[in-house]
Design a protein. Structure first.
Lengths: 164, 135
């Protein structure tokens, strides 16, 4: 079964992912792609503790995620791939140009230099370029924090003003 | 209305409550309404904050209040993740997740001479015991 959701979320594993998306999708595994987490047993244990027993969490760095994605996509269970920032997703898409068809922006929160585009999406110019580059590779990019919210297409997202 | 001279002394916050949206503020408000002990808690919302910012916000609240107990709403929630990370740098920090109103109320009434860890354990047991189903 193809991965149900490729998501960018700077909180990584948290309530919206495990409960908000996890329950309606009947999610059974999460692939967390993050170079720092992949090199830290302590961080991995932290995230494992955050998921219910019926849900597995796999950890990978970007470099080794490529081969694994094909295998995860063949898993009959429902899975979600999660990264913490746009740069990581850009590398993941570049390494796997035919696997990732859609991308969900779930949470990129405020920090200096970022412009508000949605309540839960703030972007620097470089991050906006990164999303455009991902879309240029044929990936459908939308922002949507929870399943009940309207998916906001990339063009609309990037034209949104501060009070969006 | 009580006169100013009869006002009870302000309670020093003994715990921070962190959670989604207005969850924490709602709990503190309910504790205040039921027991008049809302000032024993500091509330934090994760709304609009990145994981890193949640951690900083919790840390600032802990430092400002000198509290050593942190209640969070969901085991998988971002506040809990931040709390568990903070425990690495604050070994004395006690984290209780899955908190409900009964938990916080019980904690509010625990004697101050009791250790934070013992008070938190007793409060968690109370909260767990009050979760009931009436079919």
């Amino acid at each position: 079964m193809p991965i149900a959701l490729y998501r960018i979320d700077d909180r990584l594993i948290h309530g919206q992912v495990v409960v908000g998306w996890g329950q309606p999708l009947e999610l059974r595994f999460i692939v967390l792609v993050d170079d720092d987490v992949a090199s830290s047993e302590w961080e991995q244990e932290l995230y494992r503790m955050g998921v219910p027993p019926e849900m597995e969490v796999h950890f990978s760095d970007v470099a080794s995620a490529g081969g694994a994605l094909a295998a995860y996509s063949a898993d009959p269970r429902v899975g979600l791939v999660l990264v913490g920032d746009i740069g990581t997703m850009q590398r993941l898409v570049a390494n796997n140009p035919t696997i990732i068809k859609t991308l969900n922006i779930g949470g990129v929160h405020h920090s200096p230099g970022r412009t508000p585009r949605l309540r839960y999406v703030f972007l620097t110019p470089a991050e906006e370029d990164g999303l455009r580059a991902i879309a240029a590779q044929g990936v459908e990019v939308t922002a949507q924090d929870v399943p009940g919210a309207r998916p906001v297409p990339l063009d609309e997202l990037l034209s949104n003003s501060a009070d969006a | 209305m009580e006169s100013a001279t009869n006002e009870p002394a302000m309670t020093k916050p003994r715990a921070v409550i962190a959670g989604h949206a207005s969850f924490a503020a709602g709990l503190v408000s309910a504790v205040q309404q039921i027991a008049g002990k809302g000032d024993g808690f500091v509330s934090i919302s994760n709304a609009g904050l990145s994981g890193a910012d949640i951690e900083v916000t919790i840390l600032q609240a802990l430092d400002a209040s000198s509290a050593n107990v942190l209640f969070t709403d969901l085991p998988a929630g971002s506040c809990t993740m931040s709390a568990r990370r903070l425990q690495r740098s604050r070994p004395g920090l006690v984290v209780v997740t899955g908190v409900n109103l009964a938990t916080v109320l019980e904690f509010a009434f625990r004697p101050l001479e009791e250790s934070d860890a013992d008070a938190a354990k007793a409060a968690a047991e109370k909260g767990r015991a009050t979760l009931m189903v009436f079919p």
